[in-house]
Design a protein around this ligand. Sequence first.
Ligand code: BDP
Length: 510
Amino acid sequence: MPQSTTSDMLHACTPLSRRGFGRGIALSVASACAMPRARAAGSTVAARVVLDTERPGRILPGSLCGLSLETAVLSNSAVLNARNTALVALHRGLSAQGVLRLGGNTSDLGWWDPGGGQAPDDISHPAHPRDIFAITHEHLENLRGFVDATGWSVVWGLNLGTGRPEQAAREAAAVATHLGPALLAFQIGNEADLFNRYGHAMRGPAWSFTQFLHDWTRTATAVVAACPNARFWGPDVAVRDDWIVRFAQAIPASLRPHVTRLSAHYYAEGPPDAPDSTIAHLLADDPRVGELLDTLRPVLHRTGLPFAITEAGSCFLGGKPGVSDTFASALWATDYVLRMAQGGCDNVCFHGGAAEVEHANNGRSIGAHTDADRARARRGAFYSPIAGTPETGYITRPLYRGLQAAQSLSRTELLPTEMEAKGINLSAYAGRRGKVITLVMVNRDLTHDADVTIESPAERLIVRSARLLSAPTVDADTAVTLKEAPDRVGAGGTRTLAVPHASALVVTMG
Ligand code: BDP
């Protein structure tokens, strides 16, 4: 995917920015500014959703929504630690078997220190002189305790940026030993498609896919020599969809059985100061999502490999206050996860964490312009689903509730749905588990309420329960709830349900 001019301009002004976001999104200034603070007097549309209960698709995994953290989080031994019971509970509140991906920019700055040594001279980088950190036995033991307490599994990012294959192999062996069955897979290199960009600066200007494949193969080969059962997810790129396709085609035969999932990252917008890093833009359809799914469809079919978004966020460079930490991010995420799931993606890990995210971004929280914002960002990057520290305790950000709403389709067989949205920004996703059918309707429209009539030609469905994902306003950063809406469950099996603007409704039927 070639970088757009916009992206190059952004790249020129903001050292770490690197994504061509927003291509093709037609967003008028008027709509970008439309920010209803109270319920707007928009009209109600009569929409219709048709469920095809006879053609169930694949079963979505229990780990549909996962979390992603910077590897540098391990430097604070109290965070990923079984004794951090508040954080354990918040992971369990999302999923009983989620995926915790450790990676991000800091995964290319960590080095395996088997015993209190000095960082090897060749693990250093002029662009990140003070960011190199050690990974120790103690860190890995704490991590194991944490994931055992949560029931989650780990995807571990190995250092391709500043490390050497032998070091990665030693690190992989230690990680495999400590994590045991809780280790799902390794990744090699974080967003290697950006390694030649200023800010990442891990490689020179001539860096290419061919060189990446060469380096990746050397590292993976060394890792397999040290851990014969190693599994890999890759290529974990930021923007180059074509690298995913080329990677799937070019994995050397000896490593092919070890690659168990294709992976990439997605940020809906950014950097925070870009004019269209807004709530309206976040909630509008992003054409890149459809483009990626179209690109991947034949590859997933041909290789039989599943696909994951191992790092997702509303706005790169730490998120944007007033956007990433608002209810809008919850609505965006519910729709994004389910849209991706419908397109063949099995897992979306949302990036977050606290000060380590600043670490990953060279010590800056770009979106924070006041001391209060900076203090808030240190407790949790604006895009983080969870904010807090072991000392202060933890809170959920609005995004977390959106992930819980999306998780309601985990472990269901996806059902084809057709939404007649009458021109408003309304989507629907459904799944079946045994006799129960769950339907998630997301109304990302900022002004139009919808009365949605549910039709299922093959069987008569009766609404049994409904939960509403809502908040006082779309830009609310508190009081976001996902709670029972008994008024939606009409007597006699009413099947026309109200989905107000800026809300989502999770309905179970049988
Ligand atoms: C991603 C990096 C991660 C950063 C994040 C961001 O992998 O380390 O923290 O962007 O920009 O690309 O916030």
